[in-house]
Ligand binder design. Sequence first.
Ligand SMILES: NC(=O)c1ccc[n+]([C@@H]2O[C@H](COP(=O)([O-])OP(=O)(O)OC[C@H]3O[C@@H](n4cnc5c(N)ncnc54)[C@H](OP(=O)(O)O)[C@@H]3O)[C@@H](O)[C@H]2O)c1
Length: 243
Amino acid sequence: MHTTNQGIIVSGGSRGLGLHLVQRLLEQGNRVATFARSRTEDMDRLSVAYPEDFHFSEVDATDVDGITKFFAAVSDKFGRIHSVVNNAAIGQDQLLMHTDVETVKSIVDINIVGPTILTRAAVKHMMLEGGGNIVSISSICGSRGYAGLTVYAGSKGYLDAMTRSLAREVGEAGIFVNCVAPGFFESEMSSVLRPEQLATIKRRTPSGALSNDENIFKVVDLVVSGTTNMQGQVVFVDGGITS
Ligand SMILES: NC(=O)c1ccc[n+]([C@@H]2O[C@H](COP(=O)([O-])OP(=O)(O)OC[C@H]3O[C@@H](n4cnc5c(N)ncnc54)[C@H](OP(=O)(O)O)[C@@H]3O)[C@@H](O)[C@H]2O)c1
């Protein structure tokens, strides 16, 4: 059973994992909207390939007004929004003692305030529409430590905690709230890892392999399909490194 014929918002779909989620959800016959701070060639390509079913706008995840207007424009175009995937985030590659306050604030703004604003808009819409699915892309760092990712890890732990409480607030309205927490996978964000760090991670991973975009998509697809009764959970997609 896969997700089809839904209206879906994926934040940060211009590249990396978000782009893969957007493409695969479109291929399965959904209407998909995404935003990022800047437009990429892939966004132009998808606008041509799916003129009715794809929507992209340049929006900053921390711009409350921008998110509200984006949500309204997407629901005008697609009608009901069945699922929202909080994917947009920024990373970190610095010990806390070297991290300046501006960097701390921007990680908090983008990785915490951003998904909270989008989730709030989703909850209001889904309450009126009779339910939906909210999935946040967390990280194994939300529940396991990694040096150099202290603030980033805190932001992902926030998403895990938000998910558990929100599930209790909105579960009765038929809204399912979950996190998918990948281990490291290849993208611009993880390109800061040195080859020897990647080799160590692979060696410590029971499956012997890092997850890829498609592994993570399969789990997101299942969670947003609305067929699982999974509620308030954090699902790890990490080859067993947290086991
Ligand atoms: N890569 C990993 O190893 C890894 C592991 C575990 C979890 N994750 C999580 O997986 C998700 C995707 O990561 P990724 O590696 O695919 O990242 P990525 O390649 O860096 O892509 C991030 C996306 O988010 C957008 N974005 C960033 N800041 C934004 C903002 N302020 N407003 C709107 N859009 C914004 C980016 O576009 P713009 O920059 O143009 O705005 C881009 O589309 C993230 O939540 C990340 O924390 C990643």
